[in-house]
Design a protein around this ligand. Structure first.
Ligand code: NAP
Length: 280
């Protein structure tokens, strides 16, 4: 029997509706500042998607567009201004930045309370310590989706393929926080399939279309495909969806999988940041 498809769009929609309700019900006035540097079409479209989500649920947005030629000093000055603006609860600087700008410096410049992407060393440190008050948005989207789809995480063997600091590593920490036994694989892992075949939950965040074949998946496993690579103008995941669907128990598609969950998690972080600011 083919695997059940976990509809990330549907789960994200219900999370967004719940957030909209919470904003109305509590009279919150959350605001997300977005900063887009340059004209990279993928980045333009990601930021537009985030602003649409804001409009949909009642989060105000404050969109800043800077030319690709902006200096690091000018960008950091804008971040400083947004840090000081009490009406702004979340700051999102869309990556990748042009090569002359340090993503590390920009990430570290965003104030702790407004780091809604959850990328800063402080947010990540807290996450690894078990405090998920500002979880990295994509890993938070994955764990929310797994829980919403009724996947049992505690006691399961979760295998994460990919160890980036924005996806693979924080995802491994969040699965560990939920009592999974976690294996993390990367480009130097020997015999990748021998690890992935042991997974009850297999999460793949690599960026190599179709790299996970049916033979790499245990029968009945839950497969979460985080990968998104543009191939001939369409988004492709890291998992060979049609083949793996015949083996897995549950599987996320690309698109309509983790992409919408990442945006919904960003909105949740923004609403939580607003609530915390209101309580201060
Ligand atoms: P990244 O920084 O390039 O990291 C890729 C990871 O994959 C690295 O840890 C790398 O290992 C590992 N890797 C590369 N080749 C491998 C192989 N043959 N076998 C096993 N591991 C291998 O990428 P990222 O930012 O984590 O993103 C990963 C993918 O997720 C991309 O397609 C990205 O577009 C997508 N993504 C999607 C969302 C979403 O919202 N849906 C959000 C973020 C990212 P090393 O560390 O050894 O180099």
């Amino acid at each position: 029997m083919a695997a059940e498809i976990i509809d990330g769009r549907k789960i994200a929609d219900s999370l967004l509706s719940a957030l909209a309700e919470e904003i109305r019900g509590k009279g919150l006035k959350p605001k997300l500042a977005t900063v887009l540097v340059g004209e990279d079409p993928a980045s333009v479209s990601y930021v537009a998607g985030k602003i649409r989500a804001c409009e949909r649920i009642g989060v105000a947005s404050d969109a800043h567009r800077l030319p690709a030629s902006v200096t690091e000093g000018e960008l950091l000055k804008l971040v400083g201004k947004l840090n000081a603006d009490r009406s702004v609860h979340g700051i999102l600087v869309q990556f990748p930045l042009p090569p002359h700008l340090s993503e590390k410096k920009v990430t570290e410049a965003i104030s702790e309370e407004k780091d809604v992407d959850g990328f800063s060393p402080r947010s990540l440190g807290r996450l690894f310590g078990g405090d998920e008050s500002m979880p990295a948005a994509t890993p938070a989207g994955v764990t929310y989706l797994l829980e919403a789809a009724g996947v049992r995480i505690a006691g399961s063997h979760a295998v994460v393929v990919g160890r980036s600091i924005t996806v693979g590593k924080p995802l491994a920490a969040m699965l560990l926080n939920r009592d999974a036994t976690v294996t993390v694989c990367h480009s130097k892992t020997r015999d990748l399939a021998s690890h992935t075949r042991q997974a009850d939950i297999l999460c793949v965040a690599v960026g190599k279309p179709g790299m996970v074949s049916a033979g790499m998946v245990k029968k009945g496993a839950t497969v979460v495909d985080v990968g998104t690579t543009r191939v001939d103008g369409r988004l492709a995941g890291d998992v060979d969806f049609d083949a793996v669907r015949e083996v897995a128990g549950k599987i996320t598609p690309v698109p309509r999988g983790i992409g919408p969950m990442t945006i919904a998690s960003l909105m949740r972080n923004t609403v939580r940041a607003c609530e915390r600011a209101a309580a201060r």
